[in-house]
Design a protein around this ligand. Sequence first.
Ligand SMILES: [Zn+2]
Ligand SMILES: [Zn+2]
Length: 288
Amino acid sequence: MRSASSPRLAKTTMTELGAMSAPAGGPDRPTESNGRLDPGREPGPAAEPEPEPAAPSLPVQEIGDVALADLLGGSGCPLCRLRADASGRYLDALLWEGVNDPGFRGRLAAGRGFCPTHAHGVLDADRAQTGGSLGAAILLAAAVRHRLVELRGVAAERSGRRRAALAAAAGPAACPVCEQVARARRAAISRLLARLDDPAWRATIAQAAFCLDDLLSLWAAADRRPSAGWSEVLEAQLERIADLVARLDAFAHHSSYDRRHLLTNGERRAPDDAALLLGGTATARGRG
Ligand SMILES: [Zn+2]
Ligand SMILES: [Zn+2]
């Protein structure tokens, strides 16, 4: 057994991403200048992730533990950060490999394209990688073309059936990025619960700043898979939230002109911590 003192997230390859998320066609993605990959560029995601704070020293049993320790070692909610990391890596991989794969584009269209977040995400990722948007345009075109056919179908319906056709057209897309992120999240939650038997992991998970949605998901999974270590984690998480309520109250109490000198740093941080608890860590709203 070794220790994960400063692990980095393993890069996701398309091979790891599963059937819907496995476009073939290699890394010869087009650019806007010449329609082909610039030969001077390395295939693969363009930007390395920002260095994260040092991860806690946790015993590693499997390679997946390294990425998990990395998430727990960063700031904010580990599962929000996982969402942002997983969607960012998948969007990068899509742009390198999915753009030139007609089979993938067909599956993307059949699933009706991307969710609202990842429609923007694919464009942002392309601009960040290449400074352009041709790859995103090719993927988005597959989705928009399909949606246009749907809309024309709605327009052609008689008024009695139009309501149902409109409801179907308003339904969410089977976004391949969301699908991949959900898979990564389920795997991470399962691994977090499996590591509760270890005291070092349990203590680290107990102190992690989960947002409310992710804490509830973890709790629901723990309920389905009873673990002796979960009650300790839950107690610590509830204490963390109780401490936040106390800090919010103290922040309000100490915010009057004559009491400002009593404000502590923890109290000043309380409104931000409350927003993170209820709204998740900001990275999840970026490319999450
Ligand atoms: Zn979260
Ligand atoms: Zn999505």
